[in-house]
Ligand binder design. Structure first.
Ligand SMILES: CC(C)(COP(=O)(O)OP(=O)(O)OC[C@H]1O[C@@H](n2cnc3c(N)ncnc32)[C@H](O)[C@@H]1OP(=O)(O)O)[C@@H](O)C(=O)NCCC(=O)NCCS
Length: 257
């Protein structure tokens, strides 16, 4: 046979990592250490939190991002520089490349998700977030989503509400529009699966999917990827709590963001 040999198309596996850190398991010495890992900009933002607990969660999220991305790229955490889009979405400004990340901090958990080659979004909520109700989500639900909740009672109903909310937030964060998107046009599956976004500006590529994770008994995490439902992806979950526990502060702090 003549002519060039055509190599079979090999689908690239998208490597996704989800790192989490439990702030409930950290003592105040660890918080001091986490704080030293932040860039001056991140420290300045961190100082603006008036309440101690969310301040610790925020510091843990950025320390986690620096640790996770640094480990992935083989760089010291201080070598990374983050910036934000106009809508507030953080991104890796240095080094530039195909690595996308997203952060969430809520309940007692900070979470950082990384994906090489596709957009990623993440959200975390306590499994029993009591203020989440159908009334609160009024106007934000796609057809069928309300019925999914009303068909359940008690704990199962609460789980359904948390799954809806984390799913919508994770997708909205992967997209970048956040809560300014018309969330009623964004239909999320109950478990893992494809997401439908109808007439949402910038929702291309038209392939988005969700994965549900349970990093511990008390939290629910939704991971959103801008990836076709059948595209191969490997998802690795890491608990970084032990990485930060009882460590002494390093000599130098991180570079400016
Ligand atoms: C992003 C958003 C969904 C966060 O929800 P939340 O439940 O309060 O907080 P989470 O813990 O899930 O996530 C917070 C993190 O999401 C990230 N984030 C912020 N805006 C984001 C966006 N538009 N897209 C993706 N991620 C975003 C940030 O890292 C943020 O943490 P940080 O501020 O400490 O860096 C919500 O705050 C939002 O929609 N914000 C932007 C929309 C908006 O009003 N924009 C104004 C346009 S000018």
């Amino acid at each position: 046979m003549s002519g060039p040999r055509v190599k079979p198309e090999i689908s690239r596996i998208v490597a996704v990592e989800v790192w989490f850190c439990s702030v409930d398991d950290l003592d105040s010495v660890d918080h001091d250490h986490l704080w030293t890992l932040l860039s001056p900009d991140e420290q300045a933002r961190n100082r603006r939190f008036l309440v101690e607990y969310p301040r610790r969660l925020h510091a843990a999220a950025y320390a986690l991002a620096r640790h996770a991305i640094g480990s992935r790229l083989g760089l010291p955490p201080a070598a990374l520089r983050f910036d934000r889009s106009l809508g507030g979405r953080p991104f890796l400004a240095h080094p530039t490349g195909a690595l996308d990340f997203n952060l969430a901090h809520g309940g007692g958990l900070s979470v950082c998700a990384l994906a090489d080659g596709c957009r990623v979004g993440v959200d975390v909520e306590p499994a029993d977030r009591p203020e989440l109700s159908l009334e609160l989500l009024d106007g934000l639900l796609a057809p069928g989503e309300r019925d999914r909740v009303t068909a359940r009672q008690g704990e199962a109903r609460q789980e359904a509400l948390v799954a809806l909310w984390t799913g919508k937030e994770a997708i909205a964060k992967a997209h970048g529009g956040g809560l300014s998107l018309p969330l009623d046009r964004l239909a999320v599956p109950e478990g893992d699966g494809p997401v439908t976004m109808t007439a949402i500006p910038g929702a291309l590529p038209p392939v988005w999917r969700l994965h549900r994770l349970r990093p511990d008994l008390r939290h629910r995490v939704a991971l959103a990827l801008a990836l076709a439902p059948d595209a191969p992806a490997s998802i690795r979950v890491h608990d970084a709590t032990h990485v930060f526990r009882g460590r002494r502060p390093p000599a130098a702090s991180a570079g400016s963001a």
